[in-house]
Every structure is written in C-alpha cells, then in structure tokens.
Design a protein around this ligand. Structure first.
Ligand SMILES: Cc1cc2nc3c(=O)[nH]c(=O)nc-3n(C[C@H](O)[C@H](O)[C@H](O)COP(=O)(O)OP(=O)(O)OC[C@H]3O[C@@H](n4cnc5c(N)ncnc54)[C@H](O)[C@@H]3O)c2cc1C
Length: 363
C-alpha cells in the first residue's frame, strides 16, 4: 500500500492535467484507493478503515495541498458516504458501503438546494411527492460533482407536507436526466453540473434520512464544515510552498512569506483543536464559521501573494500560481454559509482594516 506522502507526490505531479471538463481524476481515485484513502469514512464492519477526525482533517489538508481537484471530488464522495453511514437504514448501508471501499463505484451528493443554493426561491427546487411505496422526485438538482461518473447520488427533496428527505438515487433510474458538466473558472475536471429529475420513482428502501423538518441537520455535515476549511487551508499551504521557492532566490519576499506561513500554521492548528473540542459553547476562534472565514481569506491572500511573487511568469497558462489564484475563488462559492460570504465581502470592502482581519475581529 502506498503511503499518504507517496500518494500526495503522485497527485501533485498530475495536478496540472486536471484542467478541462473532458478530464476526470480516475487515476487519482485509483491511487487514493491504493493508499487506503477511500476507506477513511467507512466502518470496519463494512470493510473500511475509519480514521479519527484529526487524521481526517490533516489528511484532507495534505491532499488538497497536492491536488485540489481530486481532493474536492473525494470530499463530495465522502459527503455522500457520511450520509449513508449515519443513516438508520441498515439494509441500504449493508448493500452500499462494502462496494465503496475501493474506486470501482462512485457516489456523490446533490444537496446544496437544501443549504446554500436557491434559498430565495419560493418553491422547493426538488419536490418529493410521498406515496405508499416511496417518493416521486420532480425538479432539478442544481449542483452535482461527478454526477455522470456516479452510480448513486445522495440528494434531497421536500414533500407535499413540507418535510425534507434524503435519498440514495440510482443514476440509471428512469427520469434521471444527466446534463453536461458546466465550464467553470477552475476545477473543471470535477465534472460538475445539474441533473434533471423527471418523475423519478425512488422506493422507501432507498431512504437515508427523514422525512423531517430540516434533513440536513441529520447525519452531520451541511454547509461550511471543517472539511471545507481543511481544503482551503491545504490550498493556502500549497501557495505558501510556491512563495517559499521564490523567496529562496529572493530573500526580500521573506517578510511576506513568514506572516502568511504563520497564519496557515495557526488556522491549521485551531482546526485540529476544533475537531476534538468538547467546549460548549466553542470559543470564537474554534467555531466552524470563524475557521471557514479565516481559511477562505488565507486561500485568497496566499495564492495572490504567490502569483505576485511569480510575476508575469505566473500569469502564463500552465504556471501553478495562476491555477492557485483561480482555485482560491472556488472557496468563496462552494458550500459557503451566508455569514462567511458576508465576512469575506467585508474584507474586500475594507470594512475591516488588514490589522483587524484576525480570528477575534468579527470581520
Ligand atoms: C465547483 C462547484 C462544485 C460544486 N459541487 C457541489 C456538489 O457536488 N454537491 C452540491 O450539493 N453542491 C455543490 N456545489 C454547490 C455549492 O456548494 C453552492 O451551493 C453553490 O455554489 C451556491 O451557488 P448558487 O449559484 O447555486 O446560489 P444561489 O443562491 O442559487 O444564487 C444564484 C443566483 O441567484 C441570485 N440570488 C441569490 N440570492 C438571491 C436573493 N436573496 N434574492 C434574489 N436573487 C438572489 C444571484 O443572481 C445568484 O447569482 C458546487 C459548487 C461549485 C462552484
């Protein structure tokens, strides 16, 4: 079995190849399977090898620093697995989970319409009509990563009684309309796009959570989790490495490198503290919201510093600095709760001076 360090070296070497919607990190997922990474969330009784929360967030940071696209795809797969593992539906778990310990099957999530996407719409994006034998899904899942590579999509809808459900929908069901992935600013090889649901029948046996008022409160997760912060910190660490390689030849860059590197180390250490903390309430610097806000700010600042230090050469297609800047923008829109977006926007508007942009500033 490959070590995580070996895996990261492989992912880093191939990161620049994942720049188009015609690509898909198939080899990267195979290498992750080889290194045991795909079983990180799967309990042993289903053939997996669970890791602790600290190992998980540290692992995500290391992987994201090597290749953000394939690590992001991994997290969408793991978000689906998390909802399966925490489901009370034991038959479905026994059927799905043993198949997911390697890369032979792919599962993903389409749940943003229950958290961050289309929240201003008057009608639910996905209606789940409740019948005796199951649910009829009608509508559109706005965002699904790797939908056309998935066997199962964990998605949700709202019933005629106003409750929500999470279901494991098989992609070969009648009425599942797989749309072309959209072309994006970055992470194109994640093959992200929408999926149409045209009178899709899903039996009760595929029910994971609900029916209940707020199904995303069941089974962990939601928007702006520690996983999302871990990826942003890993991304910032990658930008710091690039800055460091420039600073080795140009010592005047050290005054920029040192505070950013220290900031990455501090946010990373607070994240490790937060995932094991039993404090209630959590101190401000350990809340998921403040960690995500600081991680987003870091990803943006570190990548721009790496680009500025790389000068015009960094602006040429294929240079890692340009990719890092484009990828940093992703954290402003992916699974980003409204208060985090507002805090990042306030930073852009200079409503917080740079000196106030610390964890306890409220900015
Ligand atoms: C690369 C990428 C991959 C993703 N992968 C997944 C995935 O695998 N699974 C998943 O579940 N999600 C995924 N997401 C979704 C993501 O987590 C967010 O939910 C999504 O980015 C939110 O953006 P939206 O355009 O859907 O938001 P919306 O809130 O729907 O905004 C869309 C537009 O509506 C307008 N608008 C917004 N708010 C208001 C308002 N209050 N009043 C009037 N108009 C308004 C604005 O013009 C805005 O541009 C992904 C996103 C990205 C970018």
């Amino acid at each position: 079995m490959n070590s995580l360090d070996d895996l990261c070296r492989q992912l880093k070497d191939r990161a620049e190849t994942l720049n188009s919607i015609d690509a898909w990190p198939r080899e990267q997922l195979a290498a992750m399977a080889e290194a045991g990474v795909l079983s990180w969330l799967i309990p042993e009784k289903f053939g997996g090898k669970e890791v602790s929360a600290v190992e998980l967030t540290a692992g995500y940071q290391q992987l994201a620093a090597a290749c953000l696209t394939s690590t992001f795809v991994l997290t969408q797969r793991n978000a689906a697995i998390q909802r399966i593992v925490t489901s009370p539906n034991t038959d479905l778990k026994g059927y799905l989970l043993p198949e997911l310990v390697d890369d032979s099957q792919f599962v993903t999530v389409g749940i943003s319409h229950l958290t961050t996407s289309r929240q201003h719409w008057k009608q639910p994006t996905v209606a789940a009509e409740r019948l005796d034998g199951g649910f009829i899904l009608q509508g559109e899942i706005p965002w699904v990563t790797g939908g056309d590579r998935a066997n199962v999509i964990v998605t949700g809808g709202t019933t005629q009684y106003g409750e929500q459900v999470l279901l494991a929908v098989e992609t070969d069901c009648d009425g599942v309309e797989m749309r072309e992935p959209v072309s994006m600013l970055a992470l194109n090889a994640s093959r992200t796009g929408s999926i149409g649901l045209n009178q899709v029948f899903v039996p009760w046996t595929q029910l994971l959570h609900g029916p209940t008022d707020n199904v995303m409160k069941q089974g962990g997760g939601g928007a702006g989790t520690h996983t999302t912060s871990a990826l942003a910190i890993g991304h910032a660490a990658s930008a710091v490495s690039l800055l460091q390689s420039e600073a080795e030849r140009r010592p005047e860059l050290n005054e920029i490198l040192e505070p950013i590197a220290a900031d990455v180390a501090e946010v990373s250490s607070h994240l490790s503290e937060a995932v094991v903390s039993n404090e209630d309430p959590l101190p401000e610097h350990l809340t998921a919201e403040s960690l995500r806000r600081r991680s987003n700010s870091l990803a943006l600042r570190a990548s721009q510093a790496a680009l500025a230090a790389s000068k015009g050469a960094g602006f040429v297609t294929g240079h890692p600095a340009g990719r890092l800047v484009a990828e940093a923008m992703f954290f402003l829109v992916w699974s980003c709760p409204a208060p985090v977006v507002m805090a990042n926007l306030r930073e852009f508007a200079s409503l917080c001076s740079p000196g106030e942009q610390s964890w306890n500033s409220g900015c």
